[in-house]
Design a protein around this ligand. Structure first.
Ligand SMILES: Cc1cc2nc3c(=O)[nH]c(=O)nc-3n(C[C@H](O)[C@H](O)[C@H](O)COP(=O)(O)OP(=O)(O)OC[C@H]3O[C@@H](n4cnc5c(N)ncnc54)[C@H](O)[C@@H]3O)c2cc1C
Ligand code: FES
Length: 283
């Protein structure tokens, strides 16, 4: 439920700890009172690189406990490079918590988490919440190469069965993590929660439909504002199932759609998402 206590706010934080589990991937711990307790699993932050020369960037909230949250960064461009170079004691401003987060109760008690690359960053908090309510967990985690697999042991420590995949075959299944879904029987899990690049999420959506398993996908897009103001991050979404009229516009069509399932509107990934039901996306 949306309450004032859960409203996003600007937090002036300080880097409290820093870890580089593998070269090019950095985990920044931030001292920030009043954020961990209101962050929902799957929410994100808009983070302002401190030089002021770069726009804010979206990062999933990786850990949240007490007066500490952390962010996991993969260096891909100028903003993530600047953030990854921050050392302990550096100040950092962020706007958080943003987005809707996962609807974990709707995923049942036998849940597979599917992570692609840095998508793992948005799945630790869901794993902790699911484990806390006694759900059976499986982590299917894929990365380019063995060296890019980070913190899988954190999930194993929560009791998750961990299955790894690497594109180059250096660890686990040789190939995409979504190929692991193909071998499963129908209804193998009560629910799926996934985060990763768009092609992976589309493949998860197709597999979920085939396996007849409800799936929630946390989309990673390039955000401009990150707060629903610019409409620069929209995704086609089923119109009939959208509960709130706020922030959604009906697609303009020359002819009325022939079938109900063809009706769609545009949802802002940063505002109505980043987590969507796979069967409601029209991408
Ligand atoms: C809701 C949400 C949560 C996110 N969570 C995280 C997170 O927890 N950790 C994290 O590291 N990133 C996360 N991202 C992605 C992150 O926002 C981008 O990687 C970041 O904005 C890139 O900024 P940049 O200036 O460093 O690179 P840019 O200048 O934007 O990009 C530089 C180059 O890298 C390519 N590129 C951009 N993004 C990626 C990518 N993700 N993978 C591979 N190539 C890319 C671009 O095509 C371009 O060629 C998240 C995105 C969203 C929307
Ligand atoms: S990034 Fe501006 S509305 Fe989503």
């Amino acid at each position: 439920m949306y309450t004032l206590e859960r409203s996003p706010a600007v937090h002036r934080t300080v880097v409290s700890d820093r870890r580089e589990p593998v070269p090019g991937i950095v985990i920044l711990g931030l001292h920030v009172p009043h954020l961990a307790s209101i962050t929902l699993p799957g929410q994100f932050a808009m983070v302002v690189p401190p030089s002021g020369e770069q726009a804010a960037t979206a990062l999933g909230i990786y850990e949240a406990e007490g007066e500490r949250v952390s962010l996991m960064l993969v260096v891909v461009g100028p903003r993530t490079r600047e953030l990854a170079a921050l050392q302990i004691g550096a100040p950092l401003d962020l706007l958080a918590p943003l987005g809707n987060g996962f609807e974990l109760d709707a995923l049942g008690d036998n849940v597979a988490l599917i992570a692609g690359g840095v998508g793992i960053a948005s799945l630790l908090l869901p794993a902790q919440a699911l484990a806390a309510r006694g759900a059976r967990l499986t982590l299917l985690y894929g990365a380019r190469t063995a060296a890019a697999l980070v913190d899988a042991d954190r999930f194993a420590a929560l009791g998750a069965k961990v299955v790894l995949a690497t594109d180059d075959g250096t660890r686990g299944h040789a190939g995409f993590v979504t190929e692991l879904l193909r071998a499963l029987p129908k209804h193998a899990f009560s629910g799926l929660a996934a985060c990763g690049p768009s092609p992976m999420l589309r493949a998860v959506g197709r597999a979920a439909a085939y396996l007849d398993i409800p799936a929630q996908l946390a989309l990673e897009e390039t955000f401009a504002c990150g707060v629903g103001a610019c409409w620069g991050c929209v995704v086609p979404h089923a119109a009939s199932s959208v509960g709130t009229p706020v922030g959604l516009i009906r697609a303009k069509r020359a002819e009325p759609p022939a079938r109900e399932s063809d009706r769609f509107c545009y949802a802002r990934i940063c505002k109505e998402g980043p987590v969507f039901w796979a069967h409601e996306l029209r991408w």
